[in-house]
Design a protein around this ligand. Structure first.
Ligand code: SF4
Length: 383
C-alpha cells in the first residue's frame, strides 16, 4: 500500500455528485487532537483524521450550517471536491511511531462516507488498516457507511461505533442538508448499521428550535418525541444533540430560511442566537437558559425510550447528560497500547476522557499522567 505520487500532486476522478473530484497528497502528519485547551473542554482525546482537506467545498452535502473550516494554506474551491490520496499508508507509518494510540475519529469536518467513489475507497482502506491494527474507531456520517460494514474486524467490535447525523424530520433535512441522503434513507442507514452488529448512535445535531417552530408550531417537541421513538426502534442506543454553534455566514443563511417560513420566528432566532465564548468552540448559540431547557427535555424523552443522552460541547456534563457515561459519545473508545507484534490492544480502565477519568491520578493505566488535562495531547506523549 504505497502512494507513489509526489507531495501535492493531483489526480482527477469522475464524481457521482456532479463535481470535479481531485485526489491530493497530504503534506503534514495526521496525528492531532481537537485544538481546544479550554477548562470547559468536553470532548475526549481523539486522533482526528479527515479524509478530505478542510473546507466546505470538499464535502458534497452542502449543509446550510456547515462547520468545516477553510484551510489557511489552500481554500476549498466551489465545484471541486478534494480528498486525500494514500491516507492509509501515511497513517500506518504514524502508527508505527507511537506506542499509545488515541481513539481515531473519522471525520470531524467533512463526511468520510460521501457518495464519491475514490474518497470512499480511501476511507475503506484506512478503516480496514486501523481495524487490522486494533485501534478504537468512530465514524461520524450523514452518508451511507454500508461499504464499511462488511470489513473484517468491524462486526461486534466493542471499540467501534458509527454515529449517524439526522438533524430532524424530512422537512428539516430538505432545508438544512438537501444534498445529503434524505430522511427515509438515513433511517435505512441506521437500521443497516444496527443490523450489521456495529454500535450505533444518532446525532440530532444541530436542532434549531425556531426552525422547528416555524415548521410545526408549538407542538414541535412532539415531532422530536416521535423522532426519538423511531431512532430507538431503528437500533440507536445513544443520542447526542446540540442547538448549533453558528458562524456569521451560517447564521445569515439560517435566518433567511426561517424568515421565509415565519418572520416572527426569524426575529426570535436573531435575538436568541447570540455570540458565545463560554465553551471551546465559539459562535452564535441559543441563549443558555433556552439551551438548558431544551437539553433537559430531550434527556427525559430519550431516557423514557431507553436511550442515553448527551449534549454536544455546548453544556457541561452535569447539566443534562445521562450520568455515568464514559464521555459524551457513550461507547467505550479507549486508548490502545502496542504489543510486541505491532498490533494494539485496549488499555483496561481507560476511557480517553483523560481530564475527567484520570484527573488527580498520578499513575493512570497508560502511565502518562500528563494526558489528564483538557489540553490537546502532544505526539511525544504517545511514543
Ligand atoms: S488511562 Fe487515563 S490518562 Fe491515560 S489515556 Fe486513558 S483516560 Fe487518558
Amino acid at each position: 500500500m504505497s502512494d507513489t505520487s509526489p507531495p501535492g500532486s493531483r489526480g482527477e476522478d469522475s464524481a457521482s455528485v456532479g463535481l470535479r473530484v481531485e485526489g491530493v497528497t497530504r503534506k503534514s502528519p495526521t496525528l492531532h487532537d481537537f485544538p481546544y485547551n479550554h477548562p470547559k473542554r468536553k470532548c475526549y482525546h481523539k486522533w482526528i483524521i479527515n479524509v478530505a482537506p478542510p473546507g466546505r467545498h470538499n464535502c458534497s452535502h452542502g449543509c446550510v450550517y456547515c462547520y468545516a473550516r477553510e484551510a489557511i494554506y489552500a481554500r476549498s474551491q466551489p465545484g471541486v471536491l478534494r480528498y486525500y490520496r494514500g491516507l492509509a499508508d501515511m497513517v500506518e507509518r504514524e502508527l508505527d511511531r507511537i506506542r499509545l494510540c488515541p481513539p481515531v475519529s473519522l471525520c470531524n469536518a467533512t463526511d468520510p462516507c460521501q457518495p464519491v467513489p475514490p474518497l470512499r475507497e480511501e476511507t475503506r482502506r484506512l478503516v480496514e488498516m486501523l481495524l487490522s491494527r486494533g485501534a478504537s474507531l468512530s465514524v461520524i456520517t450523514k452518508g451511507d457507511p454500508g461499504f464499511l460494514l462488511e470489513l473484517p474486524w468491524i462486526r461486534d467490535n466493542p471499540r467501534v461505533f458509527v454515529a449517524v447525523t439526522v438533524e430532524g424530520p424530512p422537512e428539516v433535512l430538505s432545508l438544512l442538508s438537501p444534498q445529503a441522503p434524505p430522511f427515509h434513507h438515513r433511517i435505512e442507514i441506521l437500521q443497516k448499521v444496527n443490523n450489521s452488529g456495529v454500535s450505533l448512535s444518532v446525532r440530532l445535531d444541530p436542532v434549531f428550535p425556531h426552525l422547528y417552530r416555524a415548521l410545526y408550531g408549538e407542538s414541535w417537541m412532539e415531532v422530536i418525541e416521535e423522532l426519538i421513538a423511531l431512532f430507538r426502534s431503528s437500533g440507536a442506543r445513544h443520542l447526542i444533540a446540540s442547538t448549533g454553534t453558528l458562524t456569521p455566514r451560517a447564521k445569515r443563511r439560517l435566518l433567511q430560511i426561517i424568515q421565509r417560513l415565519s418572520p416572527r420566528e426569524a426575529r426570535s432566532f436573531a435575538s436568541e442566537y447570540l455570540y458565545d465564548r463560554e465553551y471551546p468552540s465559539q459562535g452564535f448559540r441559543l441563549t443558555k437558559d433556552l439551551r438548558v431547557g431544551f437539553h433537559r427535555r430531550l434527556r427525559e424523552l430519550c431516557e423514557s425510550r431507553g436511550l442515553t443522552y448527551s449534549a454536544c460541547i455546548e453544556l457541561e456534563t452535569a447539566v443534562a447528560d445521562t450520568p455515568g457515561l464514559p464521555h459524551c459519545e457513550a461507547y467505550p473508545t479507549p486508548f490502545c497500547i502496542k504489543r510486541d507484534d505491532g498490533s494494539f490492544q485496549p488499555l483496561e480502565g481507560c476511557t480517553a476522557n483523560c481530564h475527567v477519568n484520570c484527573r488527580d491520578n498520578p499513575r493512570p493505566p497508560c502511565g502518562r499522567p500528563q494526558l489528564a488535562q483538557p489540553a490537546p495531547f502532544k505526539v511525544s506523549w504517545l511514543r
